[in-house]
Design a protein. Structure first.
Ligand SMILES: Cc1cc2nc3c(=O)[nH]c(=O)nc-3n(C[C@H](O)[C@H](O)[C@H](O)COP(=O)(O)OP(=O)(O)OC[C@H]3O[C@@H](n4cnc5c(N)ncnc54)[C@H](O)[C@@H]3O)c2cc1C
Ligand SMILES: Cc1cc2nc3c(=O)[nH]c(=O)nc-3n(C[C@H](O)[C@H](O)[C@H](O)COP(=O)(O)OP(=O)(O)OC[C@H]3O[C@@H](n4cnc5c(N)ncnc54)[C@H](O)[C@@H]3O)c2cc1C
Lengths: 264, 381
């Protein structure tokens, strides 16, 4: 079973995000970059399937050179090879363009399953997985917490939580699955794994290597434009609910939740 | 950027990432509870072993993960980020007890005593200090008398990190006459008849680490557990010093760094007299002094570590680095509590723990005064 995992590099969730002076991007100087946590679930799930069915796990990342480190981390966890799509013309691309480049690279590979994160924890868009599946003409199952591949390796049954219930979906392969928290607990990249990863193949491809025209990518190719980035409003001071008795306090709280917070 | 050599490269960053994730997942959610309980669950060793963290710096032939000195440092720094030096010390007791086995042991002994510890299946501790002999190591009195394929061991060991639940103790004993020539190293397993352990000792800091006294009462240790030859024990103890002092320097540096970071965060938020604490020049300058010391100490320790890694003898330098790092963390943790005002005295604030945990660093692994004795021999004779 050959599995592909798409990988995005995102700012570490601990990073203090600052909006840049153009109000449309973030200051990246002090950012520590890590593998998108949802992609880690994808890597782990792919490795578990490989351990059961055999085959190869290929990690496909897109972005500047620094993304290599995250691809190597996936290789250190146990993936077999990596591909980095890197091209100056990609700078500023939107999700659709990213999906186009990923799909072009994936098309050249043999695969039964593709994993992407259900979203990147940076932009929170959740587009790339769906767009990629569409471009490749394969089924897509999103926000999945359980993956069971049939013994014959021809179909997959997945679970998606919906409003406290579970939706179970079955699909033929090849297919694309977007991962949700709860799918698994990703393994650690151990030092011996990290050392081995240095010797695993990591190929770098430009847009022209993939037969793509740079014109459709980058800022110019965006179908979706960022108008403005603003930090979330500073948290306002808390409110202490007044009242003589618990009953009074409860009534006051209910009133505030209804009238002010508008949550009930 | 080119033109200078960084100590940490891609491999180190990846290991750092692994250790960081381990801390976030396995330690941080529980660490305050463990501190108050005075211990962490035994299975943390297993988890750290499985993640390959315990094996860092040890040969793959014995279940280690290999790696240079900066891999070890990157990992130790991230473990310290859990905010409990006690957890780091407890997990790290193998780093003082395994090196003598590797330095002196036979292949059989190494295969028997090292892999289970690096896997996290067994806990290993170092027993050198005694109630009446700490700095004066050559004066230890725990006696091991040889008879019929065994050593009969009598005496006790004091302040043993992980002592309350260690499965094996790399233990300095007296097999010969007075002085350092009479000292040998035995691996004593905790299920040996005549081996017993005190209650956990109550301490100022390192609450999450179990420290205990260990008693030997006609403890019958197989001769096969002798490391090296009789009389080589002192050499085994010395073997440890460079790496133990380096580890303690790293601990001191991270203690200081976290205290500084907490203080900067606090000073930016806390208001007094109508402005944040960073609005007072005296506070700003205090933070600058703290940051400068932290920076200098890190650079010093890294530099010495690089030389150790290159195989250079750094006994003088590492002794200096340990003292320097500990003095920095003494000052920085003190100032951090000061900046936090009354809140710095409260357990909810990390600086309170850093301040307590810090105090041992200039005592363990050779006291500040003993470091100075060593350094003075180098520079004055
Ligand atoms: C939390 C904790 C964990 C520990 N873990 C371990 C462990 O795992 N294994 C282990 O074997 N030990 C361990 N120790 C013991 C530690 O190594 C000793 O406490 C340390 O070596 C100092 O010895 P001591 O306590 O006997 O002090 P002493 O040697 O009695 O020293 C008392 C004071 O006298 C000073 N002094 C002594 N000799 C001289 C001199 N020649 N010149 C000037 N001043 C001198 C010392 O610097 C010190 O200030 C631990 C201790 C603690 C507190
Ligand atoms: C154990 C304990 C018992 C206590 N008991 C009592 C009690 O019984 N009754 C009571 O009323 N209070 C009590 N306190 C409170 C104590 O008096 C305060 O903690 C103390 O006055 C400091 O105030 P603060 O904690 O708000 O620190 P802050 O005033 O916030 O000070 C934080 C830091 O900023 C510095 N700073 C503040 N202003 C300036 C400035 N203008 N220039 C330069 N530096 C400045 C401070 O020196 C300090 O280093 C107690 C506190 C503790 C910890």
């Amino acid at each position: 079973m050959n599995i592909i995992v798409c990988l995005k590099q995102v700012p570490d969730t601990e990073t203090q995000i600052k909006v840049a002076s153009d109000s449309k991007s973030i200051v990246t100087d002090d950012v520590k970059w890590v593998m998108n946590p949802y992609d880690e679930f994808g890597v782990e799930e792919a490795l578990r399937l490989k351990e059961k069915f055999g085959g190869e796990v290929t990690v496909v990342g897109l972005g500047p050179k620094r993304v290599t480190e995250s691809i190597r981390t996936a290789l250190a966890m146990g993936a077999d090879k990596g591909i980095l799509i890197s091209d100056d013309a990609l700078e500023g691309s939107d999700s659709l363009a990213v999906a186009k480049a990923l799909a072009a690279a994936i098309k050249e590979l043999e695969y039964d399953l593709i994993f992407t994160g259900q979203r990147g924890v940076d932009d929170d868009l959740g587009i790339v997985g769906a767009a990629c599946a569409e471009l490749l003409g394969i089924p897509q199952m999103s926000i999945i917490v359980k993956v069971e591949v049939a013994e014959d390796g021809k179909t997959v049954k997945v679970t998606r939580p919906v409003e406290g219930e579970n939706l179970v979906i079955e699909s033929s392969l090849p297919a694309l699955i977007t991962t949700q928290k709860g799918l698994n607990e990703p393994r650690y990249a151990s030092l011996p794994g990290i050392m081995k990863a240095k010797k695993k193949p990591l190929e770098e491809k430009t847009l022209s290597d993939l037969g793509l025209d740079a014109a459709g990518f980058g800022e110019g190719g965006r179908k979706m434009k960022i108008v403005e980035l603003t930090p979330p409003p500073a948290r306002a001071a808390g409110k202490i609910v007044e009242g003589e008795t618990p009953q009074e306090k409860a009534a006051e709280l209910a009133k505030l939740l209804h009238d002010e917070a508008k949550v009930i | 950027m080119t033109g200078f050599q960084e100590y940490f490269g891609e491999t180190h960053n990846m290991v750092r990432q692994t250790a960081k994730k381990f801390v976030e997942r396995e330690i941080l959610p529980f660490v305050d509870e463990w501190e108050e309980q005075g211990g962490f669950p035994r299975d943390l060793y297993k988890k750290a072993g499985d993640a390959g963290i315990l094996g860092i710096g040890y040969p793959e032939a014995y279940g280690g993960s290999g790696g240079d000195i900066f891999v070890k440092i990157a990992c130790s720094e991230e473990l310290m980020r859990c905010g409990s030096a006690g957890v780091a010390a407890g997990l790290g007791s193998l780093d003082i007890s395994i090196p003598p086995i590797l330095a002196l042991g036979t292949e059989d002994q190494k295969q028997k005593f090292v892999p289970p510890v690096l896997k996290g299946d067994k806990i290993s501790a170092l027993g050198v200090t005694e109630p009446n002999a700490g700095s004066d190591v050559a004066n230890i009195r725990t006696k091991a008398v040889r008879s019929d394929g065994h050593y009969l061991v009598n005496g006790s060991k004091m302040f043993i990190t992980s002592g309350a639940r260690a499965n094996q103790l790399s233990c300095a004993v007296r097999t010969g006459g007075e002085g350092h020539q009479g000292i040998s190293f035995l691996v004593i397993e905790s299920d040996t008849p005549g081996y017993s352990v005190s209650e956990k000792l109550k301490k100022m800091g390192w609450w999450a680490s179990d420290t205990a006294q260990i008693f030997f009462d006609d403890c019958k240790v197989p001769v096969a557990n002798l490391l090296g030859r009789e009389g080589q024990g002192f050499y085994g103890i010395m073997q440890n010093f460079q790496s133990e002092r380096l580890q303690l320097s790293v601990m001191a540096n991270m203690t200081a760094r976290m205290a500084l970071e907490e203080s900067m965060k606090y000073a930016r938020e806390r208001e007094a007299f109508g402005k944040t604490l960073t609005g007072f020049q005296v506070t700003r300058h205090k933070l600058v002094d703290m940051a400068t010391l932290v920076e200098a100490s890190h650079e010093f320790v890294y530099r010495v570590a690089a030389k150790i890694d290159a195989g250079m003898d750094q006994v003088k330098e590492i002794s200096m680095a340990k003292n320097f790092a500990c003095e920095v963390s003494d000052k920085v943790t003190y100032d951090a509590v000061q900046i936090h005002g009354g809140f710095g005295y409260m357990r909810e604030y990390l600086v309170e723990r850093l301040y307590r945990d810090n105090r041992i660093l200039s005592i363990g692994g050779g006291t500040q005064e003993i470091m100075k004795e060593i350094i003075s021999k180098f520079i004055l004779t």
